[in-house]
Design a protein around this ligand. Structure first.
Ligand SMILES: NC(=O)c1ccc[n+]([C@@H]2O[C@H](COP(=O)([O-])OP(=O)(O)OC[C@H]3O[C@@H](n4cnc5c(N)ncnc54)[C@H](OP(=O)(O)O)[C@@H]3O)[C@@H](O)[C@H]2O)c1
Length: 238
């Protein structure tokens, strides 16, 4: 089966794990940090052997499917023109410590889609910690296979990314439109979830019942205690 070339923007904790899993699944992987590829070449050789260190521009341009695995606060440095027409996976979370305090607590994907209007955006891979992702892959049909939730507006993009999730060794669980991705973000039950598909669906539904997403906004009823609240066992961006 022909797999899309995977671009990964971000060669940190999440990006290198995704790159390693994708190489293992047979993908050609282009991975970039924010600067000269030389700066990440050793890290990539050690943590994601088989992936190719490139510039962010190159990963965005040559990737046929591109994952954003960088701090949300760095979104404005992502090469939007090079991503036009490409399906983009938003794996990011909002962390006030890294991204700055902000009052517009909408889904990260709503912001990403506004920044990349010519790229269909899919939310995925944000709720699992990088260690869990690293240790999680299981063959299709395995009883203990873990799940990765996806939110998307574009059905073709959703199918493509669901294929990536499956190839990497997880059950894809679509939860609804892109704005619903907020239900997977910090301070919601599914954030940090390292569970199977049925349990993940139940977590999302409980949150949806308790905190309906406001239509079209990707804004759920966020708890008041954002800053300083500790994360439920998921690696932070720093
Ligand atoms: N850590 C986790 O377990 C985990 C799990 C799920 C989701 N996430 C989310 O994934 C994102 C990354 O988290 P992380 O823990 O992997 O962070 P990290 O270890 O700090 O890595 C961030 C990476 O992003 C790179 N970067 C910054 N601007 C860039 C740009 N314009 N183009 C390409 N790369 C750029 C950085 O490169 P430089 O060093 O060159 O600046 C660095 O390699 C965050 O939004 C986080 O919430 C993290």
């Amino acid at each position: 089966m022909t797999r899309p070339v995977l671009g990964v923007l971000g060669a940190g904790k999440l990006g290198t794990v995704l790159a390693r899993l994708a190489v293992a699944a047979g993908y050609q992987v282009l991975i970039a940090g924010s600067g000269d590829p030389e700066r990440i070449r050793l890290v990539v050789d050690v943590l994601a052997p088989g992936a190719t260190a490139v510039t962010a521009e190159q990963a965005a341009r040559d990737g046929e499917l591109v994952v954003l695995a960088l701090p949300l606060g760095r979104l404005g440095t992502v090469p939007a023109d090079a991503l036009a027409g490409t399906v983009v996976v938003d794996a990011m979370n909002y962390w006030w410590e890294v991204d700055g305090r902000r009052d517009d607590l909408v889904s990260t994907s709503t912001q990403v889609q506004a920044y990349l209007p010519r790229s269909p955006v899919v939310k995925a891979f944000n709720h699992l910690g990088y260690h869990d992702l690293d240790e999680g892959p299981r063959p299709r049909g395995a009883a203990d296979r873990k799940a990765v939730a996806l939110a998307a507006d574009d059905p073709t993009a959703l199918t493509l990314v669901a294929g990536l999730v499956d190839d990497l060794g997880f059950d894809p669980v679509p939860i609804g439109p892109l704005a619903d991705g907020v239900l997977l973000e910090p301070h919601h039950e599914a954030f940090g979830a390292d569970v199977g598909a049925d349990e993940l669906r139940a977590m999302v539904e409980r949150t949806r019942q308790a905190q309906p997403v406001r239509p079209g906004t990707g804004t759920a009823t966020w708890p008041a205690n954002q800053p300083g609240t500790s994360s439920p066992g998921i690696g932070r961006a720093t």
